[in-house]
Design a protein around this ligand. Structure first.
Ligand code: FEO
Length: 396
């Protein structure tokens, strides 16, 4: 049996998934993902969240490794998305008397997803359950991180905060469970990608959640994905605080489409000029071929965004249209923004692109232009001017 106790009487019983290619059938998992679940042993035993249904049997076996033939008194549901609730049914089969704890939203979702309504106990924000033996659980409602029912559970004696998706990241756990046991570089990158793709839209609710947890002494952040944070708590909190308050880092993302290389030629000119104008962090994404989750992550993370878009069927080039919808839905703020178009006979895409961001506080760069067919010297001059203006505004 592996030892997964990371603080006294609190155990990790999560699983790794290195098989699924797309999280939510949308977001790539080049480093896999973990579905985290935890056991808290007081005089009574609580299980916090479960795992994906595909790994139910492994999960049960890990739980039994920790508690033997003891019963589980409580199953705390911090989040009902099936990557965490998938093993509820099997837990019920092994532990029929288990009391399932959640809020009113949880209750209706357990009924809806799993047709379970017996032994479900509805708690209120701030309620406390004493497990005995110095283990006390306090429930903190944090709706919309990332579903309406999401809440956090705080174990008051150890200062362990079980946060659901909040502070989680992609990336399977490769041996280490708590951050001090591992090299965390990939997980920090994956926090940005997880937040940008899954949580960004709900940033105002994240702000409220951070306020709610501000006074707590936190020794361990125990999310539903990725490492348990202990050594790097302040860094993780700062990343979350910056992202949810729309504070961007220096850097420019150029996202473009190009069917025959003409738009791409301008991208290279703009990128070179940005560099010559002192912009060091430049990320370029061909939206027809790149991993969209990476582009979204960097767009959320960095201050500048330039879109290069050809006309297609008298409309925005489809991969760019998908990206624009993704950006709009996330409600981004405080970006420096420019676009340029390219067309063969039907101009007008820059206007259409701007319409996506009409009610944002994006700082638009004047000098938007549209190239007809292939770049001539005027187009090249316009591209250079756009990059120069962009770099100036970035530095303000
Ligand atoms: Fe990891 Fe919102 O589920």
């Amino acid at each position: 049996m592996n030892i997964t106790e990371f603080t006294k009487d609190i155990y990790y019983v999560g699983v790794n998934d290195r098989t699924t290619k797309l999280f939510e059938s949308l977001w790539s998992l080049p480093n896999g993902v973990s579905y985290n679940s935890y056991i808290i042993k007081g005089e009574k035993i609580a299980l916090i969240d479960t795992v994906h249904v595909a790994q139910s049997l492994k999960f049960i076996s890990q739980v039994k490794d920790i508690i033997g033939d003891a019963k589980i008194d409580y199953l705390i549901i911090n989040h009902m998305e099936p990557d965490h609730s998938g093993a509820i049914r099997i837990i019920k089969e092994f532990y029929p008397e288990i009391k399932i704890i959640g809020n009113s939203h949880t209750q209706s979702m357990i009924k809806g997803f799993y047709n379970i309504s017996e032994n479900v106990m509805t708690i209120a924000d701030g309620d406390i359950i004493d497990l005995g033996n110095n283990k006390t659980l306090k429930f903190i409602f944090t709706p919309m991180i990332h579903w309406p029912e999401t809440m956090m559970t705080y174990e008051t004696h150890s200062g362990s905060l079980f946060t659901g998706d909040a502070f989680g990241c992609y990336g399977a756990l490769n041996g280490g469970i708590i951050d001090k046991e591992m090299d965390t570089d990939i997980y920090f990158n994956e926090i940005y990608r997880y937040y940008s793709n899954i949580v960004m839209k709900y940033s105002p609710m994240v702000q409220k959640a951070l306020q709610k947890t501000e006074g707590l002494t936190i020794n361990n952040i125990c999310p539903t994905h990725g490492p348990v944070w202990h050594k790097h708590i302040q860094k993780v909190l700062k990343i979350y605080s910056d992202l949810c308050h729309y504070i961007s880092e220096d850097g420019v993302v150029i996202a473009y489409g190009s069917m025959y290389g003409n738009t791409e030629e301008l991208v290279e000119i703009i990128a070179r000029q940005l560099s010559q104008s002192g912009i060091k962090n430049i990320k370029i994404y061909n939206m027809a071929t790149c991993d969209m989750s990476m582009a979204i992550s960097d767009i959320c993370r960095y201050k500048g965004l330039i879109i290069g878009c050809p006309t297609y069927s008298n409309d925005i080039f489809p991969p760019i249209k998908t990206l624009l919808s993704a950006i709009k839905i996330r409600g981004l703020k405080n970006k420096v923004f420019a676009s340029f178009g390219s067309y063969t006979w039907a101009p007008g895409m820059t206007k259409k692109i701007s319409e996506y961001f009409e009610n944002t506080n994006f700082k638009f760069i004047n000098g938007t232009f549209e190239m007809k067919q292939a770049a001539d010297k005027n187009d090249i001059a316009s591209a250079i001017k756009l990059a120069q203006d962009f770099a100036t505004i970035m530095k303000e």
